[in-house]
Design a protein. Structure first.
Length: 102
């Protein structure tokens, strides 16, 4: 999806929000979601290497979750910051607040 512009991503988001989905839109959204996979893997690897912890999370937010978020919030698809994400579960607040460094 490297050749897709920000404007095209936002137009896709607008169609998904309104429900005026074109035939290829769900495939385009899948491609967009998949474009975050490499960055997700790099972040997970860096967190594992620097903390020795095992992050959990998701390499891509579900199609349904993306559409629902677009419909309930005033956000453009290209601005959505939680398409992919990882989470660390630590033992206590001390660990959370910095007994390790990333």
């Amino acid at each position: 999806m490297a050749s897709t512009s920000k404007a095209q991503i936002d137009l896709l988001g607008d169609r998904l929000k309104r429900g005026g989905v074109l035939d290829d839109d769900l495939g385009r959204l899948d491609d967009y979601r998949a474009s975050f996979a490499e960055a997700y893997q790099e972040v997970v690897a860096a967190v594992r290497a620097s903390t020795q912890l095992q992050p959990t999370g998701r390499p891509a937010k579900s199609t349904t979750s993306i559409i629902e978020k677009l419909r309930r919030e005033t956000i453009r698809l290209s601005q959505m910051q939680d398409i992919a994400g990882c989470r660390l579960v630590v033992e206590d607040i001390v660990a959370q607040d910095g007994s390790w460094s990333a």
